[in-house]
Design a protein around this ligand. Structure first.
Ligand code: VG1
Ligand code: CO
Length: 544
């Protein structure tokens, strides 16, 4: 007999959600009551979900399936009416967003640590998305955290294991569980946004693509959309089978971790177009033949060419980028005469702007791009956007980007990450810069002078909420700047991110190597922050 149990528990230390929900080592999540505490804290912070629908799915990493069974039994015990769960427990982050919106669900739970490595020794994560399909607002994540500090009990059914391997309906206590095809709703949405017949013709004409799903959640989506629906030859999608440990890889679509794809795209027989996605399918990397499109440039090119896409035939209402993202899209917005917003890092800040209809396109330098079709960044969507663009313009990727620079100028841009540095040292480094704002202002470094420096804070234009300490900006004027930020998604120590940007209008000077063009700024960054001496690192872990 299935019973509803009230299990006594005690709060756990530090269940504080970061930029993208709660991320910890799998072993932390495997502690008795740990996941349950956090899930109950979510439910306790939500008003009026009784009888309503919850969407649940994850990126397929290790611990995904047992966590889903626990969440289903808890959702039933807490009074949800129905749960939609992806077959085999799979749902990409953008698919969860799309499904919440399509079925007017109350909200959703996404089990993912995105790009972080997976497996028994890897990371796990959980986040709540609200009824708009977007990440919970700061107010809600704060409430969940406060609740997790005082929780004393949670509700769960004594038994009930749902077979997730096949689509179908099940009963769990008084709650209905519907195991759904993870791809169908998402694929149908993509068909409505893009010109599929035109992209099909592009492939028929011999155009070639390599898409790297990195053994993570986008495999099934890419096989179905790119190969089955758009007619790209079988083999277009590589690493298309999701594995619990992501094949031992690090599904972060950048030049370092997507090494195999990068080699193919810079090789002698490179396909016309290359793309990759991250663990939970919300990010994208775009490559042409021997050409890397920085995510910030990708956003700007999309904005400038949006009318090539059926979904944006009547233009964009506005655009937004996260603060560290380069300002290339600002130039486009200025030219077309639409607003451009600068938000803190993390997708939740775009949600308000999208909901209010103030923007229809937005993106981050960290390989995230998206639009008003969902409330998450969307990796495959960005790839389809580019495919649609290439089908219309019939020019190589590199030519499109170079023509863009010639018209708008080029924002040389690079991010240097120092991963797993000592957390105390990282905090001291940031505080050290803040303490020196007074002397830094007006200081001369070689040919550059500091025109302003601050700790970025953001006032949401829709609800007026203010978010502080979102990264330190050292501004040198004319688009030249350095930004220092600590990551909110790492699970070991701290990750220091240093972002450098310099603007070049002159086409004759737009073909330099990025690290060379930014060499002076790289040296200044170390002088300003004392990175080497304070972290003990002589070089970044990852350069993008
Ligand atoms: C990183 C990126 C940020 C992104 C976040 C979540 O955050 O820099 O732009 O929104 O990951 O992406 P941080 O705090 O580590 O810099 V994902 O793909 O985890 O959902
Ligand atoms: Co992700």
């Amino acid at each position: 007999m299935t019973q509803r149990l009230t299990v006594t528990t005690r709060p756990f230390e530090g269940q504080k959600p970061g930029t993208s929900g709660l991320r910890k080592k799998v072993t932390v999540f495997q502690q008795p009551h740990y996941l349950e505490n956090f899930v109950q804290s979510i439910f306790d912070s939500l008003p009026g979900y009784e009888g309503k629908t919850l969407v649940v799915g994850g990126d397929g990493r290790f611990h995904n399936k047992p966590a889903i069974q626990t969440i289903l039994r808890m959702a039933a015990a807490n009074g949800f009416g129905r749960v939609l769960v992806g077959q085999n427990g799979l749902l990409s982050t953008p698919a969860v967003s799309a499904i919440i919106r399509k079925y007017l669900a109350f909200g959703g739970i996404i089990l993912s640590a995105s790009h972080n490595p997976a497996g028994p020794d890897g990371d796990f994560g959980i986040k709540y998305n609200a009824e708009n399909g977007g990440p919970a607002a700061e107010k809600l994540t704060d409430a969940i955290y406060e609740r997790s500090k005082v929780i004393t009990a949670y509700q769960i059914l004594s038994q009930g294991e749902i077979d997730l391997s096949m689509a179908g309906k099940h009963q769990l206590g008084a709650m209905q569980v519907e195991v759904i095809d993870p791809v169908a709703d998402y694929a149908e949405l993509m068909e409505r946004l893009f010109d599929f017949p035109r992209i099909r013709d592009l492939f028929k004409s011999g155009f070639t693509l390599r898409f790297d799903a990195m053994h993570a959640v986008t495999g099934p989506y890419a096989h179905e959309i790119l190969e089955n629906r758009l007619g790209a030859p079988k083999g277009t999608v590589m690493h298309g089978t999701p594995l619990e440990d992501f094949g031992g890889g690090h599904p972060d679509p950048n030049l370092v971790y997507a090494e195999e794809l990068v080699k193919i795209m810079y090789g002698s027989n490179a396909p016309d177009f290359g793309a990759a996605s991250d663990g939970d399918g919300d990010r994208n990397m775009i490559l042409g033949k021997s050409f890397f499109v920085t995510p910030s440039d990708s956003l700007a090119v999309m904005a400038a060419n949006a009318r090539n896409i059926p979904a944006f035939q009547s233009g964009l209402t506005g655009v937004a980028r996260s603060m560290p993202t380069n300002a290339a899209v600002d130039k486009v917005a200025e030219k077309i005469g639409i607003p451009c917003y600068e938000t803190p890092t993390g997708w939740k800040f775009f949600g308000n702007l999208l909901d209010a209809g103030r923007i229809s396109l937005c993106g981050e330098e960290s390989f995230g791009t998206g639009s008003d079709h969902v409330r998450e960044k969307d990796g495959l969507w960005a790839v389809l956007f580019w495919l649609n663009l290439l089908a219309v313009q019939k020019k190589p990727v590199a030519d499109i980007v170079r023509a863009h620079w010639a018209e708008y100028g080029r924002n040389y841009y690079s991010r240097h990450d120092y991963e797993e540095v000592d957390a105390t040292a990282a905090a001291a480094l940031m505080q050290g810069i803040r303490d020196r704002f007074g002397t830094l202002n007006g200081q001369q470094f070689g040919t550059l002078m500091v025109k302003a420096c601050d700790d970025f804070s953001y006032t949401d234009p829709v609800d007026g909420s203010v978010t502080h300490s979102q990264g330190i900006r050292i501004l040198f004027g004319q688009g030249t700047r350095i930004v220092f930020r600590l990551s909110g998604t790492g699970t070991v120590g701290a990750t220091l991110r240093v972002y450098m940007e310099a603007f070049e209008q002159d086409p004759a000077r737009q073909a330099q190597d990025t690290q060379v063009a930014l060499a002076e700024l790289i040296v200044i960054a170390d002088k300003v922050a004392q990175i080497r001496s304070l972290t003990g690192r002589s070089a970044p872990t990852v350069i993008t």
